[in-house]
Design a protein. Structure first.
Length: 727
């Protein structure tokens, strides 16, 4: 019989093991708890300890007994991390080890705070960001603690060398608040970026986003000629291009040297044709898988930037090259800023849209009211750029001439941090076609003497306007001054605005920006050669070779030009229209037109194709041929200028021989399809299989496009009979 003295030590040891086993699974570190001393997390057991298992939350539980774990075997962690037996989410061996993990056990942290390489995707964070104790990357105190880094510092007199303004391509023709290039306060800006051009998904050539943009290019060039210190860039891409069916185009374009060449070759021609001084690449989401990105985008983008810089250096004065970059870590991490900075003139930092009535992983506060241009968050994003070693002179900080608006969840809580339900309401006065966005021009009208007075949030550097449950933040003279002073204090290369076309007609906010900046030194660049519109209105490196056209052929004048001496303008032959000249205005500005002229001799009979309430006839009738096109008074498509090639007696008109031998291939709008596959001019009748030329807008205003992508113009071929061999 075993004595009590012999079994007592064993009983103590067994009880201790049982307690440790219970404590190790589901136990929490809080010392003791009770009915009144609640657990910070978990349940308070009958013995006064905090934990998450049935031993704590079951029989005898004293308080917080309804605690639910963050995860279990059936409910994985929402952030994709590992779930341990205690029902907590995280990374590293305490959560992901095989003997303790019950869900998503292969998950790895962003960075390694000391877990060991097997538990993390990378040792360090991109852009030299800080790795938190839990394995996440960031730059706030939560991630970095008291760690410091060097960043530039300058005084309030540091010069602002660049003031970049984006101009929206459709601003001149929108339904309200029309804003033409002539409305730009050109003396305020050093650079104007036209937003945007697109990239053809099939050929990777740069293309106008919309047909009417061509005319606006010329209007912007005219503004530049009146302001010789102003430079203009074409901005390629943008938010819209990064969404939907085109979200993979940038990634595909930068993926190969062949695609680089296709884009760069077309870009160099585009800059010269439309008198731009440089290019702004606005690719928002490289690498981001939800935005069509690839894991190779980061290195491919650097290779592309290097090739583009090299090509532009050989392009004379048209060598400007900027990149847009986001101001949120989740997207900025995919830019190799240090290497890119070796090839670009500067970065345009998109320091806006930080918050809005849209779902975003980039905000820690999600659906809570916050300014989309909050300076405290902008400062954090700029810190990331400094951590990457980018020269401060190559950083241009974004400013917004528009607001993101919100409808608060309750009238009783309409201030920063309060929840919101949706975007702001239109209130019958907003011109924007996007819900939750209002231009400064509209804000200016809202701020009537009878409206609630806005309040300055100096820390965020925004004006706050509240009207019942509506919450709007915006920039004015005071906040622009604060943000400009911040950019000076960081030795930045300048500021930029999205968008000058969101300003009032009289330039209220551009003038406010000018007041904040003071005078700027526009670069006194030598005048570029003027690019006159060629006779048939083609503006590309593949324009018609006019030396191949007989000198006595009928032809179109340049914009605003007169017929050559001794030649006559061709007049319309329709009844009652005989006094009217055949003219059209594609590619012309300032009300100029191009006139169809013929040399002395027989003159062709010409008409405009039938027109009826905006509808058009797609081909010429009765043996006449197409010599031009116009979209004047057409709701869609184009009218055709149709001319006969023989006299009424049947004699061939010599000056129309070249027109008789050649035809523009296809009919609008799918007239460029042959260029997408197969040989050019292959399907043309009457042996017209020789391509003399190809052009974006055909004989004038014709727009050819790909059937599957509306905003993708195609070039139209001018197909001719082969030359007869001489004996």
């Amino acid at each position: 019989m075993t004595s009590p003295g012999g079994t007592y030590p064993f009983r103590i040891f067994h009880s201790l093991l049982l307690f440790l086993a219970l404590f190790s699974v589901g136990a929490l570190s809080q010392a003791r708890c009770s009915k009144d001393n609640l657990c910070k997390s978990g349940c308070c057991s009958k013995d006064g300890f905090c934990g998450t298992t049935d031993a704590y939350c079951g029989d005898g539980c004293q308080s917080t007994c309804d605690f639910k774990p963050a995860c279990d075997a059936e409910n994985p962690c929402q952030d994709g991390s590992c779930c341990n037996q205690a029902g907590f989410c995280g990374f590293g061996p305490d959560y992901c080890a095989s003997d303790i993990c019950i869900g998503n056990c292969g998950a790895k942290s962003e960075c390694d705070p000391g877990f060991g390489g097997q538990w993390a995707n990378a040792t360090d964070c991109p852009l030299n960001a800080c790795c938190s104790d839990t394995g996440y990357c960031g730059i706030t105190q939560e991630f970095c603690g008291d760690r410091k880094f060097n960043k530039p510092s300058c005084d309030k007199n540091y010069p602002v060398n660049r003031v970049v303004g984006y101009y929206e391509g459709g601003a001149a023709t929108r339904s309200c608040n029309q804003f033409s290039p002539d409305d730009i306060r050109a003396d305020v800006y050093t650079h104007i970026n036209f937003a945007h051009a697109f990239i053809d998904p099939a050929t990777f050539r740069i293309i106008p986003a919309f047909k009417d943009d061509i005319n606006t290019y010329h209007e912007l060039a005219s503004v530049k000629r009146r302001n010789p210190g102003l430079e203009t860039f074409i901005s390629v891409g943008g938010w819209q291009f990064g969404e939907g069916p085109t979200n993979e185009v940038f990634s595909q374009m930068v993926a190969s040297e062949k695609n680089h060449r296709a884009f760069i070759t077309s870009l160099v021609s585009f800059l010269t044709t439309y008198d731009f001084d440089g290019v702004d690449i606005d690719w928002r989401y490289p690498t981001a898988p939800q935005k069509g990105g690839s894991s190779d985008d980061m290195k491919n983008f650097v290779a592309f930037a290097k090739n583009l810089q090299a090509a532009l250096k050989t392009n004379g004065l048209r060598d400007g090259f900027s990149l847009t970059v986001p101001a949120v870590y989740s997207y900025l991490q995919y830019f190799d800023l240090k290497q890119l900075s070796d090839h670009v003139s500067w970065f345009n930092v998109l320091a806006f849209d930080l918050h809005g009535a849209f779902r975003t992983p980039d905000s820690w506060i999600n659906n809570h009211l916050n300014a989309h241009t909050n300076l405290t968050e902008i400062a954090d994003a700029v810190d990331l750029i400094w951590r990457s070693g980018v020269p401060s002179a190559k950083v241009v900080m974004g400013l917004a001439f528009y607001s993101r608006t919100f409808t608060a969840s309750s009238n009783k809580c309409v201030s920063k941090g309060c929840p919101f339900d949706s975007a702001g309401e239109p209130q019958g006065m907003r011109c924007s076609e996007e819900i939750g966005l209002v231009s400064n021009a509209d804000i200016d009208r809202m701020l009537s003497p009878y409206a609630p007075k806005p309040r300055l949030d100096k820390k965020a550097a925004v004006q706050v306007f509240r009207n019942q449950d509506q919450w709007i933040t915006y920039e004015d003279k005071t906040t622009l001054q604060i943000k400009v002073e911040f950019s000076r204090s960081q030795c930045m290369g300048g500021v930029m605005v999205w968008a000058v076309s969101q300003d009032t007609k009289n330039g209220t906010y551009s003038h406010a920006l000018q007041s904040a900046i003071g005078s700027v030194n526009q670069a006194q660049t030598p005048a570029r050669p003027s690019n006159g519109t060629k006779s048939l209105g083609k503006r590309d490196e593949d324009d018609i070779d006019f030396e191949k056209i007989p000198i006595d052929s009928c032809r179109w004048t340049n914009c605003g030009g007169e017929c050559p001496s001794g030649w006559d303008p061709v007049r319309r032959s329709e009844d009652g229209k005989e006094a009217q000249k055949i003219w059209e205005d594609s590619g012309c500005t300032n009300r100029q037109v191009r006139t169809f002229c013929c040399p002395p001799g027989d003159t062709p009979r010409c008409v405009w194709s039938d027109w009826n309430k905006g509808k058009y006839q797609s081909s010429c009738r009765g043996g006449s041929i197409q010599v031009g096109s116009s979209n004047i008074a057409c709701n869609s498509g184009s009218q055709l200028a149709c001319c006969e090639t023989v006299t009424e007696s049947g004699t061939v008109i010599d000056s129309m021989r070249i027109w008789d031998k050649c035809r523009w291939e296809g009919e609008e709008p799918l007239c460029g399809q042959a260029n997408e596959s197969g040989e050019p001019c292959y399907d043309m009748e009457d042996g017209r299989h020789v391509r003399l030329a190809k052009a974006w807008w055909g004989s004038g205003s014709t727009q050819c496009r790909r059937a599957t992508f509306y905003y993708s113009p195609l070039e139209q071929d001018l197909c001719c009979e082969p030359e007869e061999e001489e004996d």
